[in-house]
Design a protein around this ligand. Structure first.
Ligand code: TYM
Length: 331
């Protein structure tokens, strides 16, 4: 059976981008057709300046939201990265397989380094080595497919390269993974700046719809979305990125093609109202389930404990094999 692995980083509240670009697909498709693991990758949240209490809170919330979105512990493994030591163990071997040049070429490294410098913060070494840890996350499980939004494909490509290189140097050890992406909404854009992605780590929220935003907040954000000077509703990402983004969000909610939807509107007001309604309806069941689960933190903890146990059992043989292959003595 196909092995699937993916993860979400608890650096901020989960967004509509995370949901449409990744989590919904995991819940609706991946967990049913494959042998899947989904992970709150908390170690990755330590690569930028962080507040320990906030990371702890966001990790619990992200795990709760994964379950609220429909990930079913009977169908897939849900766990927290730091509970399974194999990730950090294998990450070091990935650092010994990658070159510093390929790490420095990563777009996210360049962007995040620039942001940290702008804020006068120093850049943590772990920000540079982040893709080695991400490769370890993926390769430890013999992963075939990694369902991610567009912004993560470069990191998955690097994981592929490292798997191939390691296998060539030290003998067949890793499955070579590939990224898969949703057919629509692989890149949901910020409603206020539709040339940039809707990202959870940004400090300001008016262009970002969070999964736990109240219905009236969602409506306000969508109604204030930046569109264009022209008033025709056309689906054109280059010329009309704000409108295209709204059409893609609506498409992801309704299953209709963005171009087909564009033809149904003569003005932005009606389009925005329909997008707002569709997003509110999309999020409602997730929010209701989240409220129930948040009231029973013991349940979420026990799911995560059992998930980590299963994940450990799956990762250990591969990581042990990699340690042996690279030349380390057996324990
Ligand atoms: P993260 O936490 O930034 O995002 C989680 C998932 O959501 C997708 N995503 C989006 N998709 C569409 N539009 C958007 N605006 C948008 N924003 C985020 C991301 O592509 C991702 O699929 N490095 C990863 C976490 C990670 C990981 C892994 C993923 C660590 N190890 C191993 C897969 C496999 C990250 O920061 O995702």
């Amino acid at each position: 059976m196909t092995r699937v692995f993916s993860g979400v980083k608890p650096t901020g509240h989960l967004t509509l981008g995370n949901y449409l670009g990744a989590v919904r697909q995991w819940a609706e498709v991946d967990q049913h057709r494959s042998d899947a693991l989904f992970c709150v990758v908390d170690l990755h949240a330590l690569t930028m300046e962080h507040d320990p209490a906030r990371v702890r809170r966001l990790s619990r919330q992200a795990a709760t939201l994964l379950l609220a979105s429909g990930l079913d512990p009977e169908q897939c493994v849900v766990f927290v990265q730091s509970h399974v030591d194999e990730h950090a163990r294998l990450s070091y071997l990935m650092e010994c397989t990658a070159s510093d040049g390929e790490m420095r070429r990563m777009i996210q490294y360049k962007e995040k380094t620039a942001q940290a410098r702008e804020r006068g913060e120093s850049v943590r070494l772990s920000l540079l080595t982040y893709p080695a840890l991400m490769a370890a996350d993926i390769l430890a499980y013999g992963t075939d497919e990694v369902p991610v939004g567009d912004d993560q494909t470069q990191h998955v490509e690097l994981a592929r390269d490292l798997a191939v290189r390691f296998n060539q140097r030290y003998g067949q050890t890793f499955v070579v993974p590939r990224a898969t992406r949703p057919t629509v909404a692989a890149r949901v854009m910020d409603l206020q700046d539709p040339t940039g992605k809707m990202g959870k780590s940004l400090a300001s929220g008016p262009g970002i719809v969070y999964l736990l935003d109240d219905a009236d907040v969602v409506r306000k954000k969508v109604m204030r979305a930046v569109t264009d000077a022209a008033s025709d509703v056309v689906y054109d990402r280059e010329k009309s990125p704000g409108v295209a983004n709204l059409l893609e969000i609506l498409s992801a909610c309704t299953g209709k093609e963005p171009g087909e939807l564009a033809a149904q509107y003569s003005g932005y007001g009606a389009l925005k109202r329909d997008v707002a309604d569709a997003v509110v309806e999309l999020l409602r069941p997730v929010q209701e389930r989240h409220a129930e689960l948040a009231a029973d933190p013991g349940h979420v903890e026990s799911v995560l404990r059992a998930g980590a146990e299963r994940a450990r059992g799956l990762a250990r043989p591969t990581v042990d094999a990699a340690y042996a292959a690279i030349g380390l003595l057996a324990r």
